[in-house]
Design a protein around this ligand. Structure first.
Ligand SMILES: C[S@@+](CC[C@H](N)C(=O)[O-])C[C@H]1O[C@@H](n2cnc3c(N)ncnc32)[C@H](O)[C@@H]1O
Length: 336
């Protein structure tokens, strides 16, 4: 029996950071955007991306071996998935998240051991501040973060536009909306829905640009506000995507209470995240997201659907249910 046990799985997992960094560097260099224009040989790509000749073939062939590129007769091309999701020129681009992962999360995760020992965030906030103050202190970082949120949320936003019973409602406001990925996906699919997004003042121009690029400026509006200082705006449906996981338990409860106060009778709150499975055994992405909140925030953590339904009941929601969306994401719906 013992002869069949190998260290393969352990080694693959432990050395997985190498593959992750190769992909993140490829996104940083715009490799997939370059190949979306047509197949290229190794030398053409080396010149286009400005790479040193020592390792460009290893770099490109690692991406072939990882299933991120194809190579035939010496010519490299995108796979169907990398062409759709990693070409910056396509609206389906999800590389915003990967650009942020490359620039920020990768170095910050190098200090995971310190975070686990101290319980303190390891990002540019340098400790106990509100994570968003330091994140938004530089305009370029603000834009990169908000675009990253669109990359992270596109799959869930499309699924929510499809599976939630929007025909029962007329208005919707996305709380902590970032660029407005979710309201845009809902408005594109459901012409009878109007509303918009609520977020900090610094986010307004980025939201307005993004919504305008879809021709939706007439039906989706930006509401400026700070959800710790003010009441939430009212609508038939309020949405919180990747909001509750940023904050500690008291703050989570307070935000749910504010959402309950702002909804009309019969209104709905949609909370979506990479929910951890109730048994806390299988959703690796949800658990890693929670560790990412350790790296990024003073008190944030991810949670299970059962946790969220319990907090919703405490806040006064009369019923709630969990619906899986895509991959790692699920939504919890609370009805007032
Ligand atoms: C993790 S992002 C989630 C963005 C988006 N909902 C999504 O799922 O892609 C958190 C959002 O909350 C916003 N936010 C943070 N603190 C806030 C506050 N005090 N009041 C309002 N919005 C806030 C941030 O600006 C950011 O857009």
């Amino acid at each position: 029996m013992a002869g069949n046990v190998t260290p393969e799985k352990i080694m693959e997992l432990a050395m997985g950071f190498g593959g992750a960094k190769v992909l993140l560097s490829a996104v940083e260099f715009g490799l997939f955007t370059e190949l979306a224009k047509g197949p290229r040989d190794a030398e053409g790509l080396r010149a286009a991306l400005g790479l040193h000749p020592r390792a460009h073939r290893d770099f490109l062939d690692t991406l072939v071996a990882l299933g991120m590129l194809e190579r035939e007769d010496g010519l490299y091309r995108n796979t169907e998935a990398t062409d759709l999701f990693l070409d910056r020129a396509k609206p389906s681009y999800v590389g915003g998240l990967l650009e942020m992962a490359n620039a920020r999360l990768y170095p910050h995760w190098g200090r995971l051991s310190t975070a686990l020992k101290t319980g303190k965030p390891q990002n540019e906030s340098g400790g106990d501040n509100n994570a968003f103050d330091s994140l938004y202190a530089e305009p370029a970082r603000l834009k990169q973060f908000l675009a990253a949120m669109t990359g992270a949320s596109m799959g869930a936003a499309r699924a929510i536009a499809e599976v939630f019973p929007w025909d029962r409602y007329k208005t919707m406001i996305d709380i902590g909306t970032a660029q407005g990925c979710l309201p845009v996906q809902v408005a594109l699919r459901h012409k009878h829905i109007s509303g918009g997004g609520f977020d900090l003042a610094a986010v307004r121009p980025v939201f307005e640009d993004y919504v305008g690029s879809f021709g939706l400026s007439d039906c989706l509006h930006f509401h400026t506000g700070d959800f710790f200082r003010e009441a939430l705006p009212s609508a038939d449906v309020l949405v919180m995507g990747h909001i509750l996981h940023d904050w500690n338990l008291d703050e989570k409860r307070m935000l749910l209470k504010k959402a309950h106060d702002a909804l009309p009778e019969g209104g709905a709150l949609i909370v979506y995240e990479s929910l951890i499975d109730d048994e806390r055994r299988t959703n690796v992405r949800g658990l890693i997201m929670s560790l990412n909140m350790l790296i990024e925030t003073p008190g944030g953590f991810d949670y299970t659907g059962a946790d969220c339904r319990g907090w919703m009941a405490e806040a006064g929601f009369r019923e709630s249910y969990v619906t899986p969306l895509t991959g790692k994401d699920s939504m919890v719906v609370g009805i007032k």
